[in-house]
Design a protein around this ligand. Structure first.
Ligand code: ATP
Ligand code: MG
Length: 478
């Protein structure tokens, strides 16, 4: 096959290749145009199998299987595939063109600008993906039997965010339908986004993709990679290591979302969400209870436009660039960088300050009740002083109890990752079946939040008692 650039302007079937979009592991991705009667014209994507693979019948079969499985899927969060064909010895798949960004690109840019993709945007993207996974595994598209499709490569480069704000899963290159039994010939997905059973090459079902989505949700909302290190080290971690609870990394991380993430990341499939629909519902519930502004793809489109705007570009610091690169390269994160990245503190005034505040509010404060206007300046001043996620803190905590709740979280942050507080293996969403530990931890935090309310009446009672005793004493002396 000639170099990708040489193919531009040539035709493949009815399609004229007009741009080269990407080179994947197996295929070249082209933007193509279809023209027909009258002024009919439509842009599509052609995924063309690389010629080096054409001589391997098993690879061609896999490519055809990719086309067959993706053609079954008709869902707003899954790429639409229209056709598969071969011409001049070249196999290609025809699909819709999703103009936009990969989630990997969005995450990188968001880390540069605001430390991470905003909590609500991260939860929204994950909810949309959970909807796609639920359809793939349990949906049946009117055919009677559930599809039982497992993607096996749910990763940030295989999730596209369109300029219209739609979230779409692509690349069914290693997807399988039906029960997946151990298969040594299987081409693995991206190793840092595998599930434990995938790493161990054990039997898999839809719960494997749920784990991969959990990894993505963890990473995009924290702005840091979960399974770091070399291929071997990362794969060992996926199997053995408990993820650090998000609140250990970011103290203002919403507890409800933390429980959702950790449940999706349970090592044993039977401890995880049993269906992607359940995960979708929990994420939707979280978004609703947190009064997130982001409810539709319009808001998603707005967020993407803002984060890639020139104004946002002006907010990027060297530390932001470094951290984003560490995310892409999957290398260790330097904790000290977090202070430098607090662009809100750095840019409390001057050009870009309004956008910085808006992005940061969206990034950090969306699960909280909006603070009353009078308190806003104080909250912002606070934001300039405190190192991590301060702006959301006062509003995120029930009125009257900010210090106690923060103290409880601070203690948790200082505890060792495998310590007793919030042990991940024992976590479940508040409304899911509880395990020992989780309920106790939530109760502890809730109790801490209640303390000032209890002290109030007790103080009044003590004063009244003292007054009565004092009065009696005085009367006795008369
Ligand atoms: N329908 C589409 N619309 C827009 N861009 C697309 C589309 N499909 C693929 N791309 C772009 O091409 C890249 C590679 O596509 P895809 O993942 O399908 O190829 P692949 O050969 O299976 O890659 P890999 O093995 O590396 O995952 C995507 O990450 C995305 O940037
Ligand atoms: Mg891919």
């Amino acid at each position: 096959m000639p170099a990708s650039s040489e193919l531009i302007g040539t035709k493949l079937g009815r399609y004229t290749l007009i741009d080269h979009l990407a080179t994947g592991g197996m295929a070249e991705i082209f933007l193509a145009r279809q023209e027909s009667l009258g002024k009919f014209r439509r842009d599509l994507v052609l995924k063309v199998l690389q010629t080096r693979w054409e001589e391997y019948p098993e690879v061609v079969d896999m490519f055809l299987e990719e086309a067959r499985i993706s053609a079954l899927m008709r869902h707003p969060n899954i790429v639409d595939v229209f056709d598969v064909a071969a011409e001049g010895g070249r196999h290609y798949i025809v699909m819709e063109y999703i103009a936009g960004r990969t989630l990997a690109e969005l995450a990188k840019r968001a880390i540069q600008v605001t430390k991470s993709i905003s909590i609500e945007v991260g939860a929204y993207i994950a909810a949309e993906m959970a909807s796609a996974l639920a359809y793939m595994y349990d949906g049946q598209g009117g055919m009677g039997e559930p599809f039982r499709v497992i993607h096996r490569d749910v990763s940030p480069t295989n999730i596209l965010i369109s300029t219209a704000g739609q979230v779409k899963l692509i690349d069914f290159g290693i997807a399988r339908q039906g029960n997946i039994t151990p298969d040594s010939r299987a081409r693995p997905g991206k190793f840092t986004y595998m599930s434990p059973e995938q790493v161990k090459n054990e039997a898999m079902d839809g719960r494997s993709d749920i784990f991969c989505l959990g990894t993505i949700l963890y990473e995009i909302t924290l702005g840091r990679r979960l399974w770091r290190g070399t291929r071997e080290a990362a794969m060992k971690r996926i199997v053995d290591e408990r993820p650090r609870p998000p609140t250990f990394i970011r103290r203002d991380y919403p507890t409800e979302l933390e429980l959702i993430v950790l449940r999706a990341l349970e090592k044993k499939p039977e401890d995880r969400y049993q269906s992607a629909a359940e995960l979708h519902n929990d994420l939707q519930g979280f978004l609703m209870r947190s009064r997130a502004h982001l409810r539709s793809h319009f808001h998603m489109a707005d967020y993407v436009a803002k984060i890639f705007s020139e104004e946002a570009e002006a907010l990027i610091s060297d530390a932001g660039r470094r951290r984003a690169q560490e995310f892409v390269d999957n290398t260790e994160v330097l904790e000290s960088d977090q202070t430098d990245l607090d662009f809100d503190a750095e840019r409390a005034a001057g050009p870009g300050a309004a956008l910085a505040r808006a992005l940061r509010a969206s990034a950090l404060g969306v699960w909280a009740e909006p603070a009353p206007p009078a308190e806003e300046p104080a909250a912002r001043a606070e934001a300039a002083k405190v190192e991590e996620a301060p702006a959301a803190e006062p509003a995120a905590t029930p009125a009257g109890a900010p210090d106690q709740a923060a103290a409880v979280r601070d203690e948790a942050a200082e505890a060792p990752a495998d310590g007793p507080v919030g042990t991940p293996s024992s976590t479940k969403p508040a409304h899911g079946p509880d395990k020992p530990g989780t309920g106790a931890e939530a109760k502890e935090t809730a109790e801490a939040d209640q303390l000032p309310r209890r002290w109030g009446p007790m103080l009044v009672a003590a004063i009244v008692l003292l007054a009565v005793v004092g009065a009696l004493w005085w009367l006795r002396g008369q």
